[in-house]
Design a binder for this molecule. Structure first.
Ligand code: SAH
Length: 371
């Protein structure tokens, strides 16, 4: 016979894969009202609790003085299970970059990053535990896909950052999250429904959502063409980022294996269709890898593909993954690449590399969390 754990004692359970318990944030505003009625409570309690949770950023029901004690207790027990447990938090850049590794109910690990800039706060969040896209330069890709995140698990990453900011736990004083990028672990468009629902929770006005503007939200994809078209029709004018990394199919087939299914021409056509429909500038992600995709002829080829389109190129110096022989391009090659694009009128910036020194970028934090 095993002794039951004492209160406060840690219990280590075997990983249990599968869906997390149902959470208020899995539900839209109408479904939340129905769920509350099912608990024997008046529907308006759902809106009150949503405002506390999403807008006041209060995750402690004891402070919800506008909600009856009975309603607080019932809603907390039935609809607010703990989804993310912090297992590692690292900050750098004088506390203005904070990376978190979270454990999910089944033992899977994900990461999120908060980056504070003078004019904005960006959160980089995960949409899947692991990733099935298998890009050889990406740390997340090496471990394969564990599972899709639920809507609430995605939203909770944003809320955790928003709460920390509001409570003055991030260097620079109290603040708000203004930008969200789906550039953590996973391929967001391969977890389409949960991601769309999460976008609504993040973007919709109170009490349905947090009210963060769609202009500040970026969904990054390897190029799942049918889903890019679907996203264009959602009426959510978020920024689409396309991880191109090579202008030619021969190289892109190796860097982004999904290219064998949706080649360069098709992913770019889908990107331009997205720009036409949403009037949003598409972002092209291009990780510069020394001697692999950073040659002047590739810059020329890329420039020819992009010139005249509503596009912005984001060059990302490769963040080498442990054990990989690839490294970031030399500064002079990077500068030449930028120049070639600019000469053809293509807008380009080189991404800053926050968090590099703590192995935090691009899935590496969760990959090393157990070491
Ligand atoms: N699956 C999505 C979003 C996650 S990754 C996508 O691929 O777009 C966000 C961006 O970081 C992608 O452009 C991805 O290719 C890039 N990336 C991944 N690993 C990287 C690394 N080691 N160095 C630089 N960029 C990387």
């Amino acid at each position: 016979m095993t002794t039951p754990p004492l209160p406060g004692e840690l219990v280590f359970e075997a990983p249990r894969r599968g869906k997390p318990a149902k959470h208020l944030m899995d539900l839209d505003a109408t479904q939340r009202r129905a769920a509350v009625v099912e608990l024997g409570l008046p529907a308006f309690r759902a809106d009150q609790v949503s405002r506390q949770w999403l807008n006041r950023l209060s995750d402690n029901p004891d402070t919800w003085t506008d909600v009856s004690l009975d309603a607080r207790t019932k809603i907390k027990d039935a609809l607010l299970p703990t989804l993310l447990t912090p297992i590692k938090v690292i900050s750098c850049d004088e506390g203005q970059t904070v990376k978190s590794v979270w454990r999910l109910h089944d033992g899977a690990l994900i990461e999120s990053v908060l980056m504070r800039y003078p004019d904005r706060v960006t959160m980089c969040i995960s949409s899947q535990a692991g990733c099935g896209m298998n890009c050889p330069f990406c740390a997340t890709g090496q471990g394969g896909l564990q599972r899709n995140l639920s809507t609430a698990e995605i939203v909770e990453q944003v809320l955790a950052g928003a709460r920390a900011l509001e409570r003055d736990e991030i260097a620079g004083g109290p603040g708000r999250v203004s930008n969200i990028v789906f550039m953590g672990m996973g391929e967001p468009l391969a977890n389409y429904k949960a991601v769309i629902d999460a976008l609504h929770r993040i973007n919709d006005p109170a009490p349905a959502g947090m009210g963060i503007g769609a202009r500040g939200i970026t969904v990054s994809t390897v190029g799942l063409v049918p889903r890019m078209h679907d996203l264009a029709n959602e009426g959510l004018p978020v920024t689409l980022a396309l991880s191109l990394h090579a202008p030619d199919d021969e190289l892109r087939d190796t860097l982004v294996p999904l290219n064998t299914r949706y080649p360069v021409r098709e992913v770019l056509d889908a990107a331009w269709a997205y720009a036409d429909k949403t009037h949003r500038r598409v972002s092209i992600e291009y990780a510069l890898i020394k001697g692999i995709n950073d040659q002047p002829f590739r810059a020329e080829l890329l420039a020819r593909l992009l010139e005249g389109e509503l596009v912005h190129v984001n060059l990302i110096p490769l963040n080498p993954t442990p054990g990989s022989q690839w490294t970031a391009s030399l500064p002079r090659d990077e500068a030449a690449f930028v120049r070639i694009l600019r000469n053809r009128g293509v807008q380009v910036t080189v991404r800053d590399t926050r968090g590099r020194e703590i192995d935090g970028a691009c899935g590496q934090l969760a990959a090393t969390a157990n070491e």
